[in-house]
Design a protein around this ligand. Structure first.
Ligand code: ATP
Ligand code: MG
Length: 1109
């Protein structure tokens, strides 16, 4: 079985001591030895309380795997062996759960592993914090900002192949759940002098080498670059290649990271263009040229490079060329231009390259911040990670302005560390209710003051010198320092009036020395003024602003002539001081966590632990000081529960279980162990142990006791194992025995049982047979008796049946006869009622039904609405004959009415006349039917139009009702003469047809009668009143084709004029008065000699015969 390892405390399996606070005795040697021992066992992390010391292993250790992340996740800080993950976990959890903003301060010298440590912290936090697509993208962007910044801000140095040449502080922001929201990066003081010059054995920033090795030919061509490093003056040649570093693949990583962080393609392109421009600036060379006025001038040797730079950056070549040759100084309204000599031109070129690069770097940080900034406005919790250069002390007098600035920053960090550690310690004591004892420690505030004091500080002096008019050099600055700081305890100088150092040959005249908290550092003043000024000629910044390249233009806003500012820009020193002050303020609001990195050797090699080097670092990192502060009160503290859990086996009362509160248990325990009272104190939730010795004593006792306990446990376990085995065997034996016994008993019982069954069966068989015999006999007797009885009953029954059948037959016959008779009677009674009623009902119903059907069918078969339509459906039933006729009549009348209703007044008049004609002649005169179809026109002759009849028209001034040609029958011979027949409102006129001369005029009142035959002829006689004037010539016998019309109109006109009905006689024989004689006109059926025309013949005096064909 695999051995299970359950660690419950840092104290388990410790190599040396895991927490330096427990170191006994505490001195530099023991400190280093402890570190070394642990380092040799691959334990690179050690605690000082909550501070983590990390020693760079210079090789990859299998302690950062996902399994390790899981192991340290959600565990107490002291639960597992020291690890950077434990610190990260503690910081992350108190951020998430206790809502405390955190900062992780990583310090150490170059190559000690600060940047690696900061990445480990970030990757741990990324691994344990929330998951999800959005959160992962934020994490990825935060993590990928590292390769970009490293490419542009890191370089190979003698100390570190990937040395960060800038300070970095990154705030990672979280929401209330602990999911990352974004971040903000601040950068501090990029070492820009590296752009133009690198110390021996060092390189320029990685990005230059990465572009040249990794970019495609096409891309290089676009940037006007060549792959060969040696083509560029700015690239130190001696270590262009770094072992184990693949610049080409790193270039791809950087481009990929830029894409992930959110750089647009054109932005990436612009960035590389600026990098290329910087690289090419280094290749511009100047040569001296003397002018007539004796001034030194410089000239660019080969303008090709300048031309390419200008093409790349969109700067006007002449503008840049001028900026490299002249310097314009503006004072109030005046502008003075001076020429630059060769040295000044080189200075200007390098200043431009440095500025261009450092501003590009700051722009990159701003751009990354834009991408990674939190998108929400919710309240954020913050974890800051500070990866800043550690103390730098170069041998001899190589320390310059940069080291001064860096060491000042570390001095400030040390101060905040002391402040916060002490504060925390004090707060814990108060929280736990333990009396506070003052702790002796060195406060470096005095050194900070030496540097940053606003009046007498070194930085203030330097600024003053830089701004002072007159000649200013580094020496005048040193002089000033000597005057002002001479008496300061931590300031040393040869020139100082203080005689202490007058003879100190180790201190050159051009240097000053500061006693930093971490040791003495000698600074060479050369370059202080220049670096603090950080001058870029205005001509150059203006040339840059004029560039047709949006990024470069944005990098030099002060070049905008519209925004000319005569005020000097803040000096490098004051800028740094301000940013350090902001950083300190920020850190003070957060809960600090420290990682102090130590470099084990100078060779960048694994397994080598250089005691002297480590000792130096321990000193200047103030680690011993750190332990002392931590131990000043009590070396060790632990919550009551884990303490009791760990040591409860040391006391009978607490072992194996303590029922009361943990604190009481610890009190009992310590009392029982007899630990002196001054060695510990009881806080509210923790026990405080003053001396590590006490703790180790406890640990030893525990180890001892654990061994005893192990034996005891083994003993008890063995006993338990044997006893259980015995009990098991005993139990098994009983079970087996019981089974055997049972089996034997079962067998015996089976045997007895089967014998008993056999005997029993024999006896039962005999008894049964006997009983069977008896029963059979009884049964036969019963059967015989039954048969006899059955026969007897049968006879009886049949006889009875016969009788009953006879009786039933009779009864049935009577019932049938009775029923028939009754039925007959009833039918006879009711038949008549039934038939009479039913017949009528059926008849009525049928009738109704038939009528209904008749009407419905009639509806469908109705003829058209034309009054002359003769169609009428056939009569369906005889009994409906009268109804059918009546219906036809009603329908006809109705449609006639309908037809009439459509008439106009004129039509009405015509039809009235036609009706009149019908009343007068229908069925009386054979001519009538032929007239029905003829329209009654009246005026057949157009009297008024015909000039022939002008006289006639003038004579008749009334309205003419009829004007027609008629034949007047000559009474003498029966011959016809044509005459115009005119009927007016009052008269009847006859006129000559040829000239219209009126022959006779009869007033209507004198017309007494009109006679005509019943036949198909047009003859008619107009009888005149006897004695009237017209009657002298006798009646008129006339013939017309429009007899019916004429007679009708005459009748109507007479009626309306005289109010008397004109007598119309229809007879085939009538008398006509001729003068004095009355002649009979007789109509006979004649031959068709003259076609259809009737002929008239005078037979004798008294008879005129008309033959009608
Ligand atoms: N925990 C570690 N495990 C393995 N190798 C490490 C570890 N820490 C550091 N190193 C190695 O040491 C080298 C230097 O580390 P790093 O760059 O972090 O130093 P630094 O303290 O940031 O230095 P500088 O101040 O110059 O930036 C790394 O490139 C890496 O090879
Ligand atoms: Mg670094």
């Amino acid at each position: 079985m695999a051995k299970m390892e359950v660690k419950t405390s840092l104290l388990d399996d410790m190599i040396g001591v895991g927490d330096m606070v427990l170191l006994e005795p505490l001195n530099e040697d023991s400190f280093i030895n402890n570190l070394k021992k642990r380092f040799d066992h691959n334990e690179v992390y050690t605690y000082i309380g909550s501070v983590v010391i990390s020693i760079n292993p210079y090789r990859s250790l299998p302690i950062y795997t996902p399994e390790k992340v899981e192991e340290y996740r959600n565990r107490n800080f002291y639960e597992l062996s020291p690890h950077i993950f434990a610190l990260s976990d503690e910081a992350y959890r108190s951020l998430r759960d206790q809502d405390k903003d955190q900062c992780i301060l990583i310090t150490g010298e170059s190559g000690a592993g600060k940047t690696e440590a900061s990445k480990l912290v970030m990757s741990y936090v990324a691994a344990v914090c929330g998951k999800g697509a959005e959160v992962n993208q934020v994490k990825e962007q935060l993590l990928q900002s590292n390769p970009v910044l490293e490419a542009f801000g890191n370089a190979k140095t003698v100390r570190n192949d990937n040395s960060s040449r800038f300070g970095k502080y990154m705030d990672i922001e979280f929401d209330f759940k602990g999911d990352p929201l974004g971040g903000v990066i601040s950068n501090y003081l990029l070492e820009k002098s590296r752009v133009v010059k690198q110390p021996r054995g060092e390189r320029n920033f990685h990005i230059f080498y990465q572009i040249l090795s990794g970019a495609s030919e096409e891309f290089l061509c676009k940037l006007k670059l060549e792959r060969d490093f040696s083509r560029y003056n700015y690239l130190g040649l001696d270590s262009a290649k770094v072992n184990g570093v693949d610049d080409a693949s790193n270039f791809r990583t950087v481009r990929n990271a830029m894409q992930i962080v959110g750089f647009m393609d054109h932005e990436t392109q612009s960035v590389f263009e600026v990098v290329a421009a910087v690289l090419k600036l280094g290749n511009i060379e100047f040569k001296p040229e003397s002018r007539a006025n004796g001034l030194d001038e410089s000239k660019i040797k080969d303008k090709n490079e300048l031309k390419e730079i200008c093409e790349l950056t969109g700067i006007d070549q002449s503008v840049l060329e001028r900026a490299f040759s002249f310097r314009t100084v503006e004072a109030k309204q005046e502008k003075v231009s001076t020429t630059l000599n060769v040295a000044q031109a080189y200075y200007a070129r390098d200043a431009l390259a440095k500025n261009l690069y450092s501003r590009l770097f700051s722009w990159l940080v701003t751009r990354i911040n834009e991408s990674i900034k939190a998108q929400t406005k919710v309240r954020k919790k913050v974890m800051g990670v500070l990866d800043i250069y550690g103390f730098e002390i170069f041998e001899n007098a190589d320390n310059s302005f940069e080291q001064f600035i860096i060491n000042y920053c570390n001095e400030k960090l040390q101060q905040i560390f002391i402040e916060l550690t002490l504060k925390e310690e004090q707060e814990e004591y108060i929280r736990e209710g333990i009396e506070w004892t003052n702790i002796e420690y060195f406060n470096n505030a005095i050194i900070c003051d030496l540097i940053e004091n606003n009046q007498t500080g070194i930085l203030a002096m330097l600024d003053e010198e830089c701004l002072r008019p007159g000649t200013v050099t580094d020496d005048t600055f040193l002089e000033k320092l000597n005057q002002v700081c001479a008496t300061h305890q931590h300031f040393e100088s040869r020139m100082s009036k203080c005689s202490r150092f007058l003879n100190d040959t180790s201190l050159p005249h051009s240097c000053f020395r500061i006693q930093h908290y971490a040791g003495k550092v000698m600074y060479q003043v050369e370059g202080f003024v220049d670096k603090n000024n950080d001058l870029l000629y205005r001509d150059l910044s203006q040339a840059m602003w004029k560039a047709n390249h949006s990024l470069i233009k944005a990098l030099f806003p002060e070049g905008n002539p519209a925004k000319i500012n005569l005020k000097r820009p803040p000096t490098a020193g004051s800028q740094f001081k301000a940013s350090v002050a902001t950083l300190m303020k920020n850190l003070q609001t957060k809960n600090p966590n420290y990682i102090r990195c130590i470099k084990p050797n100078d060779k960048k090699a694994a397994h080598i632990f250089n005691d002297a080097l480590v000792c130096h670092q321990i000193r200047y990192l103030g680690l011993l000081e750190n332990v002392r502060v931590r131990r000043a009160g009590y070396a060790f503290r632990q919550a009551y529960e884990p303490c009791l859990e760990r040591y409860k086996m040391l006391c009978k009362q607490t072992w194996p279980h303590w029922r009361g509160p943990a604190r009481a248990g610890v009190e009992v325990l310590f009392d029982e162990l007899g630990i002196p009272e001054e060695e510990f104190s009881f806080g509210r939730s923790k026990i405080f142990i003053r001396n590590p010795r006490t703790l180790f004593k406890l640990e030893d006792l525990r180890k001892q006791r654990l061994e005893d306990l192990a034996t005891l446990i083994e003993k008890i376990y063995r006993g338990w194992k044997c006893r259980t085995r015995f009990l098991l065997m005993k139990k098994s034996q009983i079970v087996i025995a019981s089974w055997v016994r049972r089996y034997a008993q079962q067998k015996r019982y089976q045997k007895i049982k089967s014998s008993a069954i056999i005997v029993q069966s024999y006896i039962r068989g005999w008894k049964a047979r006997k009983l069977l015999r008896e029963l059979k006999h009884l049964k036969r007797c019963n059967e015989a008796a039954t048969i006899i009885a059955a026969y007897w009953h049968g006879t009886q029954a049949r006889r009875e049946l016969k009788r009953l059948k006879e009786e039933a037959r009779r009864k049935h016959a009577v019932a049938v006869i009775w029923a028939y008779w009754l039925g007959l009677k009833v039918r006879r009674e009711y038949r008549k009622f039934f038939r009479a009623n039913a017949g009528r009902k059926i008849y009525e119903f049928t009738l109704q039904r038939l009528m209904q059907k008749y009407f419905l069918e009639m509806k469908k078969k109705m003829p058209s609405l034309s009054p002359i339509d003769k169609n009428w459906p056939a009569r369906p039933y005889l009994f409906l004959d009268s109804t059918h006729k009546e219906l036809k009549r009603i329908f006809h009348l109705w449609r006639c009415k309908k037809y009439r209703d459509q008439f106009t007044d004129q039509q009405k008049l015509i039809y009235e006349e036609k009706l009149e004609a019908s009343e007068l002649f229908k069925d009386k005169k054979a001519l009538y039917p032929a007239s029905v179809g003829q329209p009654f026109q009246g005026a057949y002759l157009e009297i008024s139009e015909n000039p022939k009849y002008k006289k006639l028209k003038d004579a008749v001034d009334e309205k003419i009702i009829i004007a027609e040609v008629v034949n007047k029958i000559n009474r003498a011979n029966g011959k016809a003469t044509s005459r115009i027949f005119l009927l007016t409102k009052n008269n009847v006129l006859l006129a000559d047809q040829k000239n219209g001369t009126i022959k006779s005029e009869v007033p209507l009142g004198d017309v007494t009668k009109v006679s005509m035959s019943s036949q198909n002829d047009g003859f008619f006689a107009v009888h005149l009143k006897e004695g009237s004037e017209a009657a002298t010539k006798g009646d008129f016998l006339l013939s017309s084709d429009h007899l019916i019309e004429m007679a009708t109109k005459l009748y109507r006109t007479t009626l309306s004029q005289t109010k008397q009905k004109l007598n119309i006689e229809i007879s085939d024989e009538f008398l006509v008065q001729f003068k004095q004689d009355k002649v009979c006109v007789k109509f006979i059926q004649g031959s068709q000699k003259n076609g259809n025309i009737p002929t008239c013949k005078r037979k004798n005096n008294r008879l005129l015969e008309v033959a009608v064909p």
